[in-house]
Design a binder for this molecule. Sequence first.
Ligand code: HEC
Ligand code: HEC
Length: 445
Amino acid sequence: MDDKLILKPDGSVALPAELSAGYSTIFATASDAYDINANWVTGELEHRFNRGNNLYDRTRGTDNSSGGGLGPVYAGYSCSSCHKGAGRSKPSTAVGGSENGFSSMLVYILRKNGGYYPEYGRVLHDQAIYGVKPEGRLKVTYTEETFNFPDGEEYKLQTPHYKITDWYAENIAPEDLRISVRIPLRHVGMGQMMALDLDELKRLAAKSNYPEYGISGRLNYITERGIKQIGVSGNKAQHADLTVELGFSSDLGVTNDRYPEEVCQGQSQMMGFANYGIQVSTQDMEDVDLYMQTLGVPARRNVTNETVKKGEEMFYKAKCQLCHTPTLHTRPRGTVLLNGTQLPWLGSQTIHPYSDYLLHDMGPGLDDGYPSGLAAGCEWRTTPLWGIGLQEVVNGHTYFLHDGRARNLTEAIMWHDGEGAASRILFSRMSKEERSALLTFIESL
Ligand code: HEC
Ligand code: HEC
């Protein structure tokens, strides 16, 4: 089956460059492009995919007719409230924070000494059910600076400044507080990410050392369920799995077998609340996990277009590929990949995530002072670029980077510093036409 040709909807044979994720590649380009199952998802798998998709999209409320369990405090009311269309909902950082209602961001809070605030925990929950106070509100302001490329073209960068107001209990002294703001990640290639050949990542980490460009990536290791594991998911590669239980518990306030206590358990305003017990079943969470892992990955578009080909050359010329690794492989078919299941079509695939899934020091400008596992404040996982060109169609915006500070691709690149500095400089020294071709290439991913 490995050499079976993959046909496009018009009946023609797909070009190798179009196949982002082997047999999981789909030829979708509309607003549902991130949210369609791979073609091999049929029968019982398709049934579970649809179930997982529904649970993922379901707007939770407090009563059981809606699935129930929301809150008492929460950050989103469904997975897709933040990951619209399995993508990246427009971040409210763009409009000033969470002062004015729902935000699609996660706000991590930490004390300077590395400990959590007992009244608040790890995440600031800026939403709450009726009769309960949100833990606080995030306020974002930006300062903007104008710069010039060597050829004179102008670009602007905006730096976010965060403040939390309306703390529900004790006021936290700003000098004791660290805040890290994250906008949602696109769900492109979740199954492939879980099926990655980890030995290949280890080899890459050992090899990913390019002193001439100041680049040296490393793996994050985290301890989850008592086992030390390689982290791949999250902006700091701080999780080994897709964190479905954590998403339900910490983001939605929905308790489950792994996190049976409400996140706000122990808060003084919760004294009168009963413990509601488990609010989402293990089967439901496994179906959500399966749904994410069996999503198709959009094929690349316009691969034979001259500007795209020129842009690809520029991508290599700027050494972007030293971190945004074009090609990786998944573990051999037959490996157990999900809750004891094989998902055979995820195995033995050549994939094009445009990421090494390694941590890189991205310089002081992107340093959030918030460590995760081995990752220091300045270290971030190379964001996979597959599907990025469809973000505007799927989610209606072009905000990028972990906190959404970049308003377009140029700004995202011009924030690259530290290990990314050489790439930024190589990009900025290009002619306007070369830079623009590079962006056109990124939009074809
Ligand atoms: C309040 C908004 C919000 C809600 C609700 C939410 N997420 Fe997320 N999600 C995020 C943010 C922000 C990140 C990035 C987190 C980070 O880097 O630390 C993320 C990251 C993820 C990732 C990692 C993706 C990757 O590429 O590494 C997965 C998987 C995920 N979410 C699944 C879910 C599921 C499943 C649910 C529902 C149970 C959910 N999320 C609910 C905001 C949200
Ligand atoms: C040293 C490794 C490294 C190099 C080299 C590098 N990047 Fe990145 N890139 C990263 C990391 C890490 C992030 C995530 C940073 C963050 O979110 O704060 C990122 C983020 C991005 C994003 C934002 C993605 C998103 O969805 O938010 C784009 C676009 C991007 N890089 C493009 C490029 C291009 C184009 C080049 C070459 C000119 C390049 N990068 C070179 C490591 C690198």
